[in-house]
Design a protein around this ligand. Sequence first.
Ligand code: GDP
Ligand code: IMO
Ligand code: MG
Length: 427
Amino acid sequence: MPALVLLGAQWGDEGKGKATDLLGGSVDYVVRYQGGNNAGHTVVVGDQKYALHLLPSGILTPECTPVIGNGVVVDPAVLFSELNGLNERGVDTSKLLISGNAHIITPYNVTVDKVTERFLGKRKIGTTGRGIGPTYADKINRVGIRIQDLYDESILTQKVEAALEVKNQLLTKLYNRRAIEAGQVVEELLGYADRLEPYVADTVLVLNQALEQDKVVLFEGGQGTLLDIDHGTYPFVTSSNPTAGGACTGAGVGPTKISRVIGILKAYTTRVGSGPFPTELFDADGDALRRIGGERGVTTGRDRRCGWFDAVIARYATRVNGLTDFFLTKLDVLTGWEQIPVCVAYEIDGKRVEELPYSQTDFHHAKPVYETLPGWSEDITKAKTFGDLPKNAQAYVKALEEMSGAPISAIGVGPGRDETIEINSFI
Ligand code: GDP
Ligand code: IMO
Ligand code: MG
C-alpha cells in the first residue's frame, strides 16, 4: 500500500498542516521526517485552531499514529509543552512514537543559534532561534546527543562534555558569553528521560512493517523545497532536507516504497527570514496579501514577506521532488483583484531564463517576468467542486497547473478542513 510524501513546494507555510490533517482520516501513520520546532503548522477543525510545531499534524486524528522520525531534531521541553497543550484540549496523544535515533536540541544548541545570528548582524539568516542549525551541525560533526542517549547516563555525560569542550571555547572567547556547565545540561536532559520513554520506539522497523501490512503512511515535511539545505536558496535555508528524498533518510523507508509525492503550493508566494525572493512585493498589493492571507509566522510571529505566484519555483519543486500532484492552497485570498500577475520566467542580466538558476549570484539578480491573468470578485469559500469556481478562478488554476508541471489535485478555498475542493483522490 502507498507511502505518500506531502511537502512544501515554496519557502514554507504553504498550508501543509491543513493538507496533512485533511488526509489524516484516510491514513494509518503520519510521520515527520526532518526539521523540528522551527515548523509552525496551523490546523483548523470546526471552530478550533491548533498550532503544531514538532508534532505531526496527524496527532489530531484519533485513528492515526503520529511518528517523529530519526531525521527530526527534538527539543524535549517544547515537545512536552505541546503535548500538555493538546491534552488540556482533550486530544489523546498517547499513540505518539519517537525515534530513539532522533537528535535532541540541547539548551546549548539554542544558545549557539541565537548568538551566531547576533554575531552575523546584517548577514544573519533570520533563523527561528530554536537551535535547529547547531543541532544538525552537531549531528553531522558526530557530537550530537540522541534520544537513546538519555538511557545511558555515562554515555550521555561523555557526549555532552565532548560537545561543550569546543562550544565553551567559542562562547567564552568569541561571543563573550559565560561557559555552559556540562553537569547542569546532563541533569536537565535526564529529567526528560522517564516521561519520554513510553514514546521511544524503533520507528524504522514500525514503519516498514506497517507498509508490509498494507497500511497507509503519510510523510509530512516541515519547511519547503526552497528552504532545503541542498536544493534551496543556500545559505538562506534551514539545515535539513524537506525535499522528497529527505523522507527516505529521515524515516528509514526506501524510495521504492513511495508512490505519491504531493507538493503543497500557495496560490501566491511568502517567505520568512532573509534571502532572495524575486516576486516579493513592497507595495499595497504585498500588504493586502499579508492582511487577507493572515501571513504572520506561527512560530515566531514575524510578518511574512509576500509576493505573486512564481511558476519557475513551482516547476523546480516538481523536478527536485518528483511531484505527482499539487495541492493548491489559499486561492480564496486572491479574490477581489482585477488582474493577477504570475511570474512565468526570470530576466537575469538582460536574458530571459525559464528555469531556476543554480548560481546564487544569478538568482539574486533574477527579475520576474509577469503574465497577467484576469481576476474574480465572487466569494469562492463555499465552492465544493471545480465547476463551482468562477470561470476566471478556474482559468487561474489551469494556468498554474500548466506552468507548474504536475496536476492540481486539490484546491484550498479557506483554512477549515471542509474548505477544500478535491479533484483527484490522493489515496
Ligand atoms: P504550514 O507551515 O505549511 O502548515 O502552513 P502555516 O500553517 O504556517 O500557514 C498556512 C496558513 O494558511 C494557516 O493559517 C492556515 O490555517 C491557512 N490556510 C491553509 N489553507 C488555506 C486556504 O486554502 N485558504 C485560507 N484562507 N487559509 C488557508
Ligand atoms: P513551516 O513548516 C517558513 C526559515 C526561517 C529562516 C530559515 C532558517 O511552518 O513551513 P531555522 O530556524 O530553520 O534554522 O531557520 O528557515 N524557516 C521557515 N520559514 N516556515 C517554516 O516552517 C520555517 N522553518 C524555518 O525563517 O529563514
Ligand atoms: Mg508554517
